[in-house]
Design a protein around this ligand. Structure first.
Ligand code: AMP
Length: 195
């Protein structure tokens, strides 16, 4: 099974992807995590993308498509994967479809977490505050300007992909403003209905 967990920044994609990883025994392929790891390792890739992530802009398509293709060919993806934060542009979605088709596979479902912008802004503020208070992990891109840009980039480049996947009949929308356990249940119900 190949799933995409889709939604705006701060919708809870990572959290729900982790649940799917445990329940469905699929690896989580998060381009954001891979890019942050490259930055932490100060690799050539990390140095190249650090400024882009800090601003909340998108890393060029060829870079993320390349890291996903390399990661997907690892043995733990033999039964599929949960894509988290990828694809984010139409070019990435098309490349993903082509990559899977070449391997005789396809995307089975796209779980769309729906969360209003004002809730996303509030969540980012809370995360930043918690980090200051020492209670959470600070993300360099959770400052107000970067959050605003990440949301704008989402609406402009990424949200149109919902139409791309709707045309393929693959979209399952879930209310991402419910509490975490409720969202998990709604996702499970959608997947059971579809598989
Ligand atoms: P995320 O953790 O998914 O919110 O990603 C953090 C940042 O990494 C984004 O704001 C982008 O700068 C970059 N990024 C992650 N995934 C992608 C992608 N699929 N395409 C382009 N940039 C990405």
């Amino acid at each position: 099974m190949n799933l995409i967990i889709f939604g705006p920044p701060g919708a809870g994609k990572g959290t729900q992807a982790q649940v799917l990883v445990e329940q469905r025994h699929l690896p989580q392929l998060s381009t954001g995590d891979m890019l942050r790891a490259a930055i932490a390792a100060k690799s050539e890739l990390g140095l190249k993308v650090e400024g882009i992530l800090a601003k909340g802009d998108l890393v060029p398509d060829d870079i993320v498509i390349g890291i996903i293709a390399e990661r997907y060919d690892q043995p733990d993806c033999a039964q599929g994967a949960v894509f988290d934060g990828f694809p984010r542009t139409t070019a990435q979605a098309e490349a993903l479809d082509a990559m899977l088709a070449k391997r005789g596979r396809r995307i089975d479902s796209v779980i769309v977490l729906e969360v209003d912008d004002r809730v996303l802004v509030k969540r980012a503020e809370n995360r930043a505050k918690e980090a200051v208070a020492g209670g959470g992990t600070a993300r360099a891109d959770d400052n107000p300007e970067t959050v605003a840009n990440r949301l704008a980039v989402y609406h402009k480049n990424t949200a149109p992909l919902i139409g791309y996947y709707k045309a393929q009949g693959k979209v399952a929308s879930v209310n991402g403003m419910d509490e975490i356990g409720q969202v998990t249940k709604a996702i499970a119900a959608e997947l059971d209905r579809r598989t």
